[in-house]
Design a protein around this ligand. Structure first.
Ligand code: GLC
Length: 431
């Protein structure tokens, strides 16, 4: 039986997203050129001050590995159109700046060297390219003569350029495991037309992508179906479906709402929330792609680095409940979620209960239970449903329920987890 080339994605569950480009210098969100309607020629001047003197992808990769992430996805080109690699198709690139190096080549080597998988983000939008037709989200969208600006712009010629750059990226840097294209907006904005599959020649681009990298995972933002769906900055309420069919999915999330470095934005999510987002995703059969936005010098913001290390501390003890795990058919108690991997059921307690937690549907199916962080035993009892509550004796729970007795104080971990060993026949039914 042919093995699924994308099985690694379902197993690994946790990746790092890296948004880095000229917008990191402006340090006020990766859409700054759009927001401030900066003319492309004026914006291009930032390339002259792109020194990135602290760019060290080894440190990025090491941090990702420490956090328990298994793949890293870099913005090779974002909407601003600046190429982080030595593209033969443009002068608007990292090798044409004071920095003067191929950042993608060094990134790929570092990530592979850390034993992680390499992914590329590539914007199909390009606000720098002279053939990219000005539309509803373009920085020049409010120019007094948009039709005049677009006279002579040839979107098909831009699509050739797009395909040419993708060919470079998928030919010159070895095996690429994930391609995150971004994004289509066929509906249009601000009374001006949008762009979709025809503007990118998407079917051909997808064919080219798979021809050059047969095992690659490709996302769903070319306005044609991909290998997964990519909810952004929200957590789905359950396993995701397309036309009723369960689909592979990955939530891409920021730490503070901005993908690119945003100096004055202090709206960072607390670490335990980031961990709960990861766990929540796995419990619904999804992955988490957690973003960092290095600053203009190429350094991951120290507070973000500290957050990733804290996630790593939790993953160090609890990754068994994440890697290779997925949803359970069982219904968790309130304030908790389940992830399951074969005969191991992981109860993630988002709120620590007073002494007891009751698990429905598990009577006769539990071999053993322990706190995952220190393997300390957790007592499991099956109460008699007819038991009357009397003083310190709790009343019986509904038929089929088991009760775990927990210590009063939660273990000193961001999200406490009870590992439940299910009976073998349970394992065989799950396998
Ligand atoms: C959205 C944002 C874009 C970001 C991407 C990441 O499309 O507009 O800036 O790179 O999401 O998923």
């Amino acid at each position: 039986m042919a093995t699924d080339p994308h099985a690694w994605f379902d197993h690994d569950r946790f990746g790092m997203f890296v948004h880095w480009g000229l917008y990191s210098l402006l340090a006020r969100h990766e859409w700054v050129q759009h927001r401030e309607q900066i003319d492309p020629d004026e914006y291009a001047r930032y390339a002259d001050v792109f020194t990135a003197d602290r760019y060290d992808p080894q440190t990025w990769a090491k941090l990702a590995a420490e956090a328990g992430m298994k793949y890293v996805v870099l913005t090779t080109k974002h909407h601003e159109g600046f190429a982080l690699w030595d593209s033969a198709l443009t002068d608007f690139k990292a090798t044409n700046t004071p920095f003067g190096r191929d950042a993608v080549a060094e990134f790929v080597e570092a990530v592979r060297g850390a034993g992680l998988k390499v992914g590329f983000y590539h914007s199909v939008i390009d606000w720098h390219h002279p053939d990219f037709v000005v539309d509803g989200i373009h920085p020049l969208r409010e120019h007094e003569d948009v039709p005049g600006l677009n006279a002579g712009r040839d979107q098909a010629r831009y699509a050739e350029y797009l395909h040419g750059q993708v060919r470079e990226l998928l030919t010159n840097y070895g095996e690429i495991s994930y391609l995150f294209y971004d994004f289509s907006y066929p509906g249009g904005r601000g009374g001006l037309p949008g762009k979709g599959r025809a503007d990118w020649n998407s079917e051909e681009l997808m064919r080219l992508t798979r021809e050059l990298q047969p095992g690659i995972v490709v996302n769903d933002r070319l306005d044609i179906p991909g290998d997964l769906v990519t909810p952004e900055q929200y957590q789905p309420s359950g396993p995701m479906r397309r036309d009723g069919e369960l689909v592979r999915w990955e939530a891409c999330q920021t730490i503070n709402g901005s993908w690119g470095y945003d100096r004055d934005n202090l709206d960072a999510k607390p670490v335990d929330l980031l961990i709960r987002m990861l766990v929540d995703g796995v419990s619904k059969n999804g992955n988490l792609l957690l973003n960092v936005g290095p600053n203009g010098r190429g350094e991951i913001d120290p507070p973000d680095a500290a957050r990733l290390r804290e996630i790593g501390t939790w993953m160090e003890l609890h990754s068994a409940s994440i890697y290779g795990a997925g949803p359970s058919e069982l219904t968790p108690p309130p304030g908790a979620v389940y992830t399951q991997r074969g005969d191991r059921l992981y109860l993630h307690l988002f709120s620590w209960p007073m002494r007891h937690v009751h698990l429905t549907g598990l009577a006769g199916r539990v071999r053993y239970a322990q706190l995952l962080n220190d393997a300390s035993e957790v007592a499991v009892t099956e109460s008699d449903p007819h038991q009357h509550a009397q003083n310190t004796t709790p009343g019986g729970e509904s038929v089929g329920t088991v009760t775990l007795t927990l210590p009063v104080r939660p273990p000193a971990v961001a999200v406490p987890v009870v590992e439940i060993w299910l009976t073998n026949d349970e394992a065989s039914s799950k396998a």
